[in-house]
Design a protein around this ligand. Structure first.
Ligand code: SAM
Length: 263
């Protein structure tokens, strides 16, 4: 079966990396693990020996059929479906517990998958994901770094992100053009603790990072906030009027959300 590049098919062929990915999920002997894009089963096979139950969601019919015949049906349910339409809530209800999620993600839909996981945070305990290195760097970035932006704040508001390791293109067949990073994302949303409302907070984050070269105040002005309201909010939160959004921690962004008029 030739790999379909339009489905992001770069199959992992590094046994040590596969072991590290599964180990990074932690003890899953009593858990249901959802695998996104099992492909030819590189990770799935090992998972089948470690997890109580594996749900493997694959959009490629030929690969899904092959996996169904190759793996023990009592441990692995291969689902032929697009992960973006797959019902995670129903899967968690059926499992009777929050899911663990693992995936060497198809890179062409990395962001939609991350957003889907965030939107379904109540049904997932933790995940171990492989994505293009540049994207992982943005997901895990700290305030003040060049990579810190909407993706970092959004991901980290849903729970801590721990970078794990990097793999070169040679770890895959066929090799992708980019390096890949594996990270753990534990779902423990911070909205309540930081006293912000999820949807409007994320909307504000998008506004303050809209143009990275502009100051935070200028981005807020461009988004239609009154200069006087911006000045008060910056003063109350102790943020310099010349600051850029990329300098602000989650706590400072939350404080800003609380001080600004709601839109
Ligand atoms: N897990 C395998 C491995 O590590 O070798 C394959 C990883 S490969 C990078 C991505 C996999 O995701 C492919 O098998 C591809 O067919 C599958 N895929 C692509 N788009 C998908 C989608 N929308 N839903 C589910 N699986 C998808």
């Amino acid at each position: 079966m030739p790999a379909k590049s339009k489905l992001g098919q770069n199959f992992l062929r590094d046994a040590v990396a596969i072991e590290r990915i599964v180990a990074a999920l932690g003890d899953c002997s009593a858990r249901t693990v959802l695998e996104i894009g099992p492909g030819k089963g590189a990770i799935t096979e090992l998972l089948a020996t470690r997890a109580k139950q594996v749900i493997a969601v694959e959009v490629d019919t030929a690969l899904a059929e092959h996996l169904r015949s190759a793996l023990p049906a009592e441990r692995v349910s291969v689902v032929f479906e697009d992960i973006l339409s797959y019902d995670l809530e129903a899967a968690a209800i059926q499992a009777g517990e929050k899911l663990l999620v693992v995936g060497n993600l198809p890179y062409y839909i990395t962001s939609p998958i991350l957003l889907k996981l965030a939107a379904n945070h109540s049904f997932i305990e933790r995940s171990v994901l492989m994505v293009q290195r540049e994207v992982a760097d943005r997901v895990a970035a700290s305030p003040g770094s060049r990579d810190y932006g909407v993706l970092s704040v959004t991901a980290q508001m849903y729970g801590p992100v721990t970078p794990l390791f990097t793999l070169p293109p040679s770890a895959f067949s066929p090799p992708p053009e980019v390096h890949s990073n594996v990270f753990r994302w534990h779902f423990a949303p911070r909205f309540a603790e930081l006293h912000v409302e999820e949807v409007s907070f994320i909307a504000l984050v998008k506004r303050v990072f809209a143009q990275k070269r502009k100051t935070l105040a200028n981005n807020l002005r461009a988004a239609g906030y009154e200069p006087a309201a911006i000045a008060v909010a910056l003063k109350q939160t102790g943020v310099e009027s010349t600051a850029r959004a990329e300098a602000l921690s989650l706590k400072q962004l939350a404080a800003l959300w609380r001080e600004l008029p709601q839109k």
